[in-house]
Design a binder for this molecule. Structure first.
Ligand SMILES: C[S@@+](CC[C@H](N)C(=O)[O-])C[C@H]1O[C@@H](n2cnc3c(N)ncnc32)[C@H](O)[C@@H]1O
Length: 282
């Protein structure tokens, strides 16, 4: 008999470019049976964290980090006080339905000082913008146009409460930081899932605009060096990335699995297509 209460299983609450929900079936068999702390330094929508959490696999500390400050603010608010956020989201859902176009662009333009207002704005725009994309301009301002949804679910009350429970106050550390910084804390027996922005499969496909800084070849090379260091420390590491020559070269000494996936990173849905991804592990 399972000890997990299925009704309380949290799931990713954001649409996130490069989200790993689709790839999870390929990743599951590679998850170590025993590990100490868990690190997810490219958190995004956190598909792996929510899988581990809802299956009772996180027994020690989890370090959930990402460079995107606004994204991390959402996780922090949900951890701290979900009810404040839920009330704002319910109000947003009501106001959106009155006049979607007017509401969307007004909300996109508004600059909030309060963290809970910012978090509600982030989730609302994520649920109502074009394809759930996250893209910022050079000034760091979110610039995705409105999507086409008649009645988007902006506030999934049950799931957001379950997410709050999963972000348990003692076990889960949430921080806005660069991957290189947090990984210094990993040690023997820890499990690390690395899901960086994709290495571009062509010159025109470089969707790495989660931040104004981007994620270029040097970052991919640096990450591969950190991967080797983590292997030397006897950590258990899984990386997922696009199937490119660069990624194959960087990890050529390690076990590599090729999988097909439907990428949802192209903003033109008719140009989304099946592509290959690589899963690398030690
Ligand atoms: C492919 S997405 C991760 C998707 C995630 N696994 C999921 O299930 O949704 C990559 C993430 O890396 C983050 N990122 C980009 N550059 C970073 C950096 N230098 N340090 C940490 N995170 C970074 C982006 O903000 C983005 O959320």
């Amino acid at each position: 008999m399972s000890l997990i209460d299925l009704s309380c299983r949290p799931k990713p609450f954001l649409k996130w470019a490069g989200g790993k929900a689709q790839l999870l079936n390929h990743l599951k068999p590679l998850i170590p049976h025993h590990f100490n702390n868990y690190f997810e330094p490219f958190l995004g929508g956190g598909a792996m964290f929510f899988y581990l959490s809802s299956n009772g696999l996180l027994l020690n500390k989890s370090y959930l980090t990402d460079i995107n400050e606004d994204l991390i603010n959402v996780y922090k608010c949900l951890k701290k006080s979900p009810e404040i956020l839920l009330a704002k989201l319910i109000a947003n859902e009501r106001n959106y339905l009155k006049d979607p176009l007017d509401f969307y662009y007004k909300l996109r333009r508004t600059v909030y000082a309060d963290n809970f207002e910012k978090a509600a704005q982030f989730i609302t725009l994520n649920k109502t913008c074009y394809n759930g994309l996250y893209r910022v301009n050079k000034e760091g301002k979110f610039n995705v146009p409105m999507g086409r949804y008649k009645k988007p679910m902006i506030c999934d009350v049950t799931n957001l409460r379950n997410v709050h429970l999963a972000l348990d106050p003692l076990g889960v550390k949430i921080e806005c930081t660069d991957y290189g910084h947090v990984l210094k804390r990993a040690s023997e027996g820890d499990f690390i899932y690395l899901d960086p922005p994709f290495s571009p499969i062509s010159k025109t496909s470089n969707f790495t605009e989660y931040t104004t800084r981007g994620f270029g070849t040097q970052d991919q090379e640096n990450l591969a060096r950190i991967f080797t260091m983590l292997c030397e420390k006897k950590c258990k590491v899984i990386v997922s990335n696009s199937d490119t020559k660069l990624v194959r070269d960087l990890y050529k000494e390690y076990k590599m699995i090729t999988v097909s996936s439907l990428r949802s990173i192209n903003c033109q849905s008719n140009r989304r297509r099946g592509t290959r991804e690589l899963i690398i592990c030690n």
